[in-house]
Design a protein around this ligand. Structure first.
Ligand code: AMP
Length: 335
């Protein structure tokens, strides 16, 4: 087996702000599973990022446990990958402060995600929401990650992490690995079942738009049966003209580990009702063992606590080394 020194390092995280969706599974976690076979992976439940929006303490606590348990249930192997909760490793917040002082205000202000939100005129947006890309840079740089699997929406933030790392390295001396985006081969984007032009995300307004990984079989069948398609009858992969059908084909292909063209061929001549039915059954089949494992792990408080502790200790070992180096180089005597 390769050692950590020989393997490329990956960092990725998900915020515990809501239940995981089928979009999170297909777009992110499914890739995490493949990556852990080849790379040395750090995977985090990013609870510090979750508090940039209002979230009740009890919700944050239970959602962090839900997310952690679900990641293990989905197949993230805590003995292999370093799976941990971000706030359990204090170096994240500490390095973020240092990087705040290495980031120009103008650079942070250009981040479009914050700009979009602030343009909506909400004065109550907190400063954390403005500076979270800098915390994200700290998350990545602490572990010398070469690769960060990201979607298009996070590209600009990764660019900021690279800029800050390069600035630090040239001002002091080479310290941080400058990370690259990693665009997984199978990184499919999943769209809302009610409006296939927008991303599938937890939606307050429409309970049928989104499949949650904890939904039971009947709920999954109902949601897929109601999925919006179009007024034609032909099953064809065409994201422009047939967004709903293409979304169903993508979901079917992802949960059966095939590709959309094979899925398209399989459904040629079939009805939309058959496509929905078979997609629902395939999703249910894929999630059945996951749901069973999730229930077991989520109720085993001692196992979860031990797993979180072990993950945090492994993560902290690397993180403290990086932070110590950073402190020494800039002249902070705590280094
Ligand atoms: P979020 O839930 O938006 O914090 O996203 C967590 C991870 O899941 C990120 O890597 C996202 O790119 C991915 N993700 C979330 N929703 C979708 C979706 N509908 N399709 C594909 N990937 C998604």
């Amino acid at each position: 087996m390769e050692t950590q020194q020989e393997q490329k390092i990956i960092f990725s995280a998900i915020k515990p702000t809501g239940e995981l969706t089928l979009g999170n599974y297909i777009g992110a976690v499914k890739n995490w599973l493949a990556l852990q076979e080849q790379y040395f992976c750090y995977y985090a439940a990013a609870d510090l990022h979750a508090i940039t929006v209002d979230i009740a303490a009890a919700d944050l606590r239970s959602r962090t446990l839900d997310l952690f348990a679900m990641l293990v249930a989905l197949g993230i192997n805590p003995d292999k990958s370093v799976l941990f909760v971000q706030s359990h490793v204090s170096a994240h917040a500490e390095l973020a402060w240092v990087l705040n002082c290495c980031t120009q205000f103008g650079e942070a202000r250009r981040m479009t995600q914050f700009k979009d939100k602030s343009l909506k005129g909400d004065d109550k947006l907190n400063v954390g929401l403005f500076s979270y890309p800098i915390l994200m840079a700290a998350d990545i740089l602490l572990y010398n990650a070469q690769y960060v699997p990201i979607g298009k929406d996070q590209q600009q933030h990764l660019e900021l992490a690279r800029t800050v790392a390069e600035r630090f390295n040239s001002r002091y001396s080479p310290t941080f690995t400058v990370p690259q985006g990693f665009y997984p081969q199978f990184g499919a984007k999943i769209y809302s079942l009610s409006n296939p032009k927008v991303k599938m995300a937890k939606s307050e307004d429409d309970v049928n738009a989104c499949v949650f990984l904890t939904d039971d079989a009947d709920v999954i069948r109902r949601k897929l049966r109601r999925a919006v398609t179009d007024s034609e009858t032909e099953i064809r992969y065409d994201t422009e003209l047939k967004a709903g059908v293409s979304n169903l084909l993508t979901i079917y292909a992802s949960v059966t580990d095939t590709d959309v063209l094979a899925a398209e061929a399989e459904f040629r001549g079939k009805t939309y009702a058959q496509l929905k039915e078979k997609t629902a059954e395939a999703v249910i089949e894929r999630l059945r063992p996951v749901t069973e494992r999730f229930k077991k792990i989520r109720t085993d408080k001692a196992y979860l606590a031990a797993c979180m502790k072990a993950g945090a200790e492994r993560a902290a070992q690397t993180a403290r080394k990086t932070l110590g180096k950073v402190y020494r180089k800039i002249g902070l005597s705590g280094g």
